[in-house]
Ligand binder design. Structure first.
Ligand code: PGA
Length: 231
C-alpha cells in the first residue's frame, strides 16, 4: 500500500485543521497521514486520522526551549514525525547528527518516522548527489539500527515548492540508490500534485509521496490519495 503524507509546514491553525479533517476521508487502498503544525495536532488527532508531527526532539524532557518530545506527542495520540526536512536543515541548523539523534529517539519510543534526504541543485550539478545521499541515509540508518517504523522521503531540494518535480527516471534512480543502502519504504517529495502523481507513483521504487503545497487543499490531497489507492 502506498503512503501519502501531507506536510502542512507552517500552515493551518487549529480551526483550519478542524475544517480540513472534517472534510477529509482517507480512501481505502492507500495510507494517508497528515502532518500539521504542533499547535494544530490536538484538533487533527480528534478526528481519527493518522497524524504525524513535523519534528521531534531526542530528549524526553529538559531545558530545550521550542522543542517537543516523543512522549509528549504520544500522549496526544500522534503516531509519528517527520525528521530532517530540508527546510529544517537549511533554516534551522539541522545536521545529519541531530537528525540521527531525533530518529533514534522517536523510533525508540515507538513513533514512526519519515526521515528526509535530498540533494541541492548545486550538489546534483557538481556530481555530489550520490555522496550527499549516502551520508544522509547512512546517518539515519545507523541511528535506526534494527528498529521498525522508518520511512525515508527522497526530496530533491530543487524540487520543493518550485513546481519542478523530478522526472520519473530521476526519482527511480535516487530511490534505487537509497534502497540499496537501506531496505525501507522510500517516498518521493517535491512538487507532487494530482496532475503528475500517477506517472511517479506507479513506479515500483516509489512507495508513496510526501506532499507540501498540494496537501493543503482537501480536494487535491484526496485526489492524490485516490491515485495512490488505484495503483
Ligand atoms: P512541495 O513540498 O510538495 O510543496 O514541493 C514538499 C515538501 O517539502 O515536503
Amino acid at each position: 500500500m502506498k503512503l501519502i503524507a501531507g506536510n502542512w509546514k507552517m500552515f493551518k491553525g487549529p480551526e483550519a485543521t478542524r475544517a480540513f479533517c472534517e472534510a477529509f476521508e482517507a480512501p481505502d487502498g492507500a495510507e494517508a497521514v497528515l502532518c500539521p503544525p504542533f499547535v494544530s495536532l490536538p484538533a487533527a488527532v480528534e478526528r481519527g486520522h493518522t497524524i504525524f508531527a513535523q519534528n521531534v526532539h531526542w530528549a524526553d524532557e529538559g531545558a530545550f526551549t521550542g522543542e517537543v518530545s516523543a512522549p509528549m506527542l504520544l500522549e496526544l495520540g500522534v503516531r509519528g514525525a517527520i525528521v530532517g526536512h530540508s527546510e529544517r536543515r537549511q533554516y534551522f541548523g539541522e545536521t545529519d547528527e541531530t537528525v540521527a539523534r531525533r530518529v533514534a529517539a522517536a523510533l525508540g519510543h515507538g513513533l514512526r518516522v519519515i526521515a528526509c534526504v535530498g540533494e541541492t541543485l548545486e550538489e546534483r550539478e557538481s556530481g555530489q548527489m550520490d555522496l550527499v545521499l549516502r551520508l544522509q541515509v547512512e546517518a539515519i540508518a545507523d541511528a535506526a539500527g534494527t528498529q521498525e517504523g522508518l520511512v525515508i522521503a527522497y526530496e530533491p531540494v530543487w524540487a520543493i515548492g518550485t513546481g519542478q518535480m523530478a522526472t520519473p527516471d530521476q526519482a527511480r534512480e535516487a530511490h534505487t540508490f537509497i534502497k540499496n543502502l537501506l531496505d525501507v519504504p522510500v517516498l518521493y517529495g517535491g512538487s507532487a500534485k494530482p496532475e503528475n502523481a500517477e506517472e511517479l507513483l506507479s513506479q515500483e521504487s516509489v512507495d508513496g509521496a510526501l506532499v507540501g503545497g498540494a496537501s493543503l487543499d482537501v480536494e487535491s490531497f484526496t485526489a492524490l490519495c485516490r491515485i495512490a489507492a488505484s495503483l
